[in-house]
Structures are given as structure tokens and as C-alpha cells.
Design a protein around this ligand. Sequence first.
Ligand SMILES: C[S@@+](CC[C@H](N)C(=O)[O-])C[C@H]1O[C@@H](n2cnc3c(N)ncnc32)[C@H](O)[C@@H]1O
Length: 231
Amino acid sequence: MHNFKLNRELAQLAIHQRIELCSPILKRLRKIFGRYLFSTFLSKYLINPNEISKKYYNLMEKELLLIEKYFVHNSKVLSIGSGIGGVEVLLNKKFNTHISLIEKNYVSKKIKYGWDEKNQEAYNNINLLEKFLINNGVEKKNINLFDFDKDKLPNDKFDVIISLYSLDYHYDFEIYKDYLLKVLKPDSILILDTVRPGYFNEIFNKIDVIKEDVDTVHKSKRIACRNLKFK
Ligand SMILES: C[S@@+](CC[C@H](N)C(=O)[O-])C[C@H]1O[C@@H](n2cnc3c(N)ncnc32)[C@H](O)[C@@H]1O
């Protein structure tokens, strides 16, 4: 398999979550017609779902290569802001992970990328996310889905928590800090992309830098943190 099974709705979500999947023409049209028309119409009808599927699959394979050393067979994983869940599918396939996913269940009408002080921007649909995972081979018993705005979040301890281009990339780590204190074990690993890596040196004892995006749309560092300094 070198692509994912996804329909037009899911391809549109993938574009919102990974703007690098957007063709240069579509990016120009976004500039010309504005965020509302882009978010609601252009990103849905001016795309080729098969092409997006292949590009998204390649991107997720690269993400897997970067983070796979932190997983073992049967790792218990939490993904915060998973998007439609491409890397989660690949992790499940390779390591038989059980994955809990926390997401928001709406798409902003005028999507604004970048840091979101109020954490109001969202671009997902939890039913479609579930469909994507199942259609791409993840068994239902291996996933639990949570709506950040409505559900009680899972209270288990996780081996690895990932948040690619979500927590502390778009919104403040403080929103999840107390929750993470409950679900991280001392040896759990938290992998995230952050726009302020220095902050994590203060609250974790051990940090590996996985990658640094300097010249891309995702200006940030991906870090793996261990051993939160419990208060
Ligand atoms: C840039 S996308 C990244 C998606 C995916 N992790 C990836 O790497 O392709 C950010 C995601 O975070 C989600 N999000 C926003 N606020 C959130 C919150 N408080 N909790 C969980 N997810 C959130 C958005 O809906 C969106 O799907």
C-alpha cells in the first residue's frame, strides 16, 4: 500500500491539517479568494483526492521514520490533535499500538493557521477520522476517540504521547499540562512540535531534538520529552 483510502471530504481535511499538501495554484487561489472560500469550497472541489492520498501517505511515512524509535510492540499511545490519523494508521500497522485520539470536532469557517491564543481553530471531523482509521486497516478495538470540547479525556497511563503540529504549535501547552501530569508515567515519552523549545527544558528532565523546521511553513522543533518534573 502506497496510499491511503480516503474520499474527498477526508482529502479536504488533510489539506487543512497539512497545508503543504496544497498545490501552488490552490495556495494562490486562497490568497485571491480569501480564507472563507478556501476553507469551505476551493479546498474541497479543486483537489484530486487520489493525488492528496499519495502525497499524504508519503508525508506520513516520513513522519513515521522520524518517531518510530520511540515505540515498541503494543505501545499504548495517545495522540493529541491527530488530524485524520495517517501516522496513527502506520504506527498501528507496524507496532500493533492501541491508540487514544483527542481531537476537535469542527472545521473553522475561515481557517487561520499559526498560533491560536484562544484555541478556537479546528479542522477535523471525528466521525470521518474514525472512518479513515477503520478503512485503512485499524481495528475498532485498538482505538478510542475523544472530543476535546465534550468528552471526559482518557484517564489511563500512556507509553507514548504524540502531538504532531498541534499542542504547543497551534495552542498553549498549559491547556493540557494538568491533564498530562495525570497520564504520563515517569518513563513515558511526549513527542511534540513546539515553537518554543526552551520552555520544555524547564519542565522536563530529558529532551531529544528530533528535527528542526527552519525554512518551512512549520517553523518549529520536534522534541521527545521524558520525565516531567512533577510538582
Ligand atoms: C496542523 S493539524 C495537525 C494534524 C496531525 N497531527 C498531522 O500532523 O497531520 C492540528 C490539529 O490539531 C487539532 N486541534 C486543535 N485544537 C485541539 C485541541 N485542543 N485538542 C486536540 N486537537 C486539537 C486540529 O483540529 C487539527 O486537526
